[in-house]
Design a binder for this molecule. Sequence first.
Ligand SMILES: NC(=O)c1ccc[n+]([C@@H]2O[C@H](COP(=O)([O-])OP(=O)(O)OC[C@H]3O[C@@H](n4cnc5c(N)ncnc54)[C@H](OP(=O)(O)O)[C@@H]3O)[C@@H](O)[C@H]2O)c1
Length: 351
Amino acid sequence: MTIKVSVIGASGYVGGELLRILLTHRDVEIVNATSRQHAGEYVHKVHPNLKGMTNLKFSGEDAVAAAAKADVAFLALPHKASVQVVPKLMETGVRIIDMSADYRLKDPGKYVEWYGYAHPYPDLLKKFVYGLPELHREELRGAKYVSAPGCMAASAIIGLAPLMKAFEATGPIVVDAKIGSSGAGGKPSPSTHFSERFGVIRPYKPAGHRHAAEIEQELSIVSGRDIKVAMSAHAVNIVRGILTTSHVFLTEAPTQQQLWKAYRDMYGSEPFVRFMMDRTGLYRYPDPKVVIGSNFADVGFAVESRLKRVIALSAIDNLIKGAAGSAVQSMNLMFGLDEREGLNVPAIHPV
Ligand SMILES: NC(=O)c1ccc[n+]([C@@H]2O[C@H](COP(=O)([O-])OP(=O)(O)OC[C@H]3O[C@@H](n4cnc5c(N)ncnc54)[C@H](OP(=O)(O)O)[C@@H]3O)[C@@H](O)[C@H]2O)c1
């Protein structure tokens, strides 16, 4: 089977990672990669790592014209650009994987609460599957429309889901997220300017981060309870990678065996989740440094019995497991392929 793929917004960081992964995918032909600013230029002029891998040029076509030539369109557009494009693409019959936040939340009211606008197409939200295979594998098989998770949300949800499924927390979950500069995308801004961004440990959103909305949504589904998340996000001095350190307070401190069971029950046969719980060595707990370039999510935990606190740790590459990798994994499930296809590569080390 050859799947014809269109990448809309291919000049951005997520678009570039989608191209990199899809170029070596055995069942994919990239029929076009769009950019308004770079139309007609070779893809490698913007993504120099792809030189020698493809002679593809950016297409200046609009999203509808480009996607009409494909079986599936990845929308790697900014928040609030996808929202208007999606209904038009649906009319063409193409399958859609949206990378933005525009179709992630099931409850339209949450767009008002967290994003400050009334969703213009609330009826379409239920048509999308949340694109995290670890939680929604069966729904993704054969799905037509997928909304890929937010990068910090993916990390937090993967780290916390087994815990929330197996145990009942006494109150809100505290999620502390640290992210590299590529999380802000390729468009420069004063806060991403090297002189201001280099060397920071910047609490850029100590309260009210929007990804909390989808973390609450997904952890509530997995646990069957109404979960609340207190999230703080920090910009740190790396280009790629996310570490989430989440704090869960329970009525009783669980044993190590109970925790291992919870994580093994959920992730024992997951192709891209690794347990980082070693007694020796440098990397005893999840660390973004050893997932960079891969689709792996590394998870681990620690217990502080005195406070009945469990600390859930998770590390991912924001542009891969937090974006393009999960999206391709979802595409593989949508088309009935081996979900590892195109993604079965180790991380880069050292980086
Ligand atoms: N960066 C991450 O770690 C990450 C992780 C998960 C999800 N995401 C989400 O993925 C999406 C893409 O993120 P990114 O980091 O790749 O952003 P980016 O680097 O800024 O790229 C955005 C792309 O969209 C195009 N574009 C911008 N405005 C547009 C508009 N109004 N209409 C059509 N095309 C437009 C841009 O190219 P032209 O201007 O040349 O057309 C560019 O190709 C966002 O929704 C983001 O929230 C990002």
